[in-house]
Design a protein around this ligand. Structure first.
Ligand code: ZN
Ligand code: ZN
Length: 224
C-alpha cells in the first residue's frame, strides 16, 4: 500500500504544548482510514510518523484501535529515544524503536480482534500510558488473553508459537526474553500435545468481522 499524506485530509491536528511537536487526532485517522480499506482485509492499521492524541483533553497516545470497526492507528514518533532526548546517541536506538513498535503494534492489532485491556497478568494487553510501561510490556499474551484470542479467531496454539519463534529467531538479541518465553512454550506444548486438545471448533468460534456482519444482517432483513 502506498503511503497516504494525512495532511491532505481533514484530520484535526495541534502542536503539543509540552513537546512543541505536531500531533494528529487518532480517532479521526481511524475514521479517515476506512476509505482505504481493502475488501478482503480483516482490519487496517495505519502507521504514523507523527505523534497522536485521541481526545482534546489527552496529552498523547501511542496508538488507538477499534474493538469492532476494523480500524486502528499507531505512531512511531515516541518510540524513538530522540523524541524525549534529542541528544540520545546510543547504539541501541534502532533496536529500541523496533522493540517498542512491535509491542504497540501487536497490542493495537489484538484490540482489533476484540480483546480489551488485561488486568490479570503481565501481558501484551496491559494498558500502556508511559514509556516505562511500553518498555516492560511483554510481546505476547497471558493465558487469559491467549484463550480469548483463540476463541475469537481460532488457531492452533503450538502452530502459533512455532511461527512466532521463527520470527523472533531473526532477532535473537533484540527480543531475548520474548524469544526465550516462546521457545519454552513450543518445547512444553510439543511434549504435552496440549495444542490439539484446545483447538477450537472453527464453525462455532470463527470471529466475524462486524463490517461484513452488517452486510449479512442487512441481507437477512431483506429476506424476511
Ligand atoms: Zn490498549
Ligand atoms: Zn492478558
Amino acid at each position: 500500500m502506498n503511503p497516504e499524506d494525512i495532511t491532505k485530509t481533514t484530520v484535526a491536528h495541534r502542536i503539543n504544548t509540552g513537546t512543541g511537536k505536531i500531533q494528529y487526532n487518532a480517532m479521526q485517522i481511524i475514521t479517515a482510514a476506512k476509505q482505504y480499506f481493502k475488501k478482503n482485509a480483516f482490519a487496517t492499521l495505519s502507521i504514523m510518523a507523527d505523534d497522536l492524541y485521541p481526545y482534546d483533553t489527552w496529552n498523547f497516545c501511542y496508538g488507538w484501535a477499534e474493538y469492532k470497526g476494523g480500524s486502528g492507528v499507531f505512531s512511531l514518533a515516541r518510540y524513538d529515544p530522540k523524541f524525549s532526548d534529542p541528544d540520545y546517541d546510543n547504539a541501541d536506538r534502532d533496536d529500541l524503536i523496533l522493540i517498542r513498535a512491535c509491542r504497540i503494534l501487536t497490542h493495537e492489532m489484538t484490540h482489533m480482534f476484540g480483546i480489551f485491556h488485561c488486568i490479570f497478568y503481565k501481558c501484551a494487553m496491559n494498558g500502556i500510558n508511559t514509556e516505562e510501561e511500553a518498555n516492560r510490556s511483554p510481546l505476547d499474551l497471558c493465558p487469559v488473553c491467549l484463550r480469548k484470542l483463540q476463541l475469537n479467531i481460532g488457531f492452533n496454539v503450538l502452530e502459533r508459537y512455532t511461527k512466532m519463534l521463527n520470527v523472533l529467531n531473526g532477532f535473537p538479541d533484540v527480543f531475548k526474553n520474548d524469544r526465550e518465553f516462546v521457545a519454552k512454550r513450543v518445547d512444553y506444548l510439543s511434549k504435552q500435545g496440549y495444542s490439539m486438545a484446545i483447538q477450537p471448533k472453527q464453525q462455532m468460534l470463527q470471529y466475524k468481522n462486524p463490517i461484513y456482519d452488517t452486510k449479512k444482517s442487512a441481507k437477512k432483513k431483506q429476506m424476511h
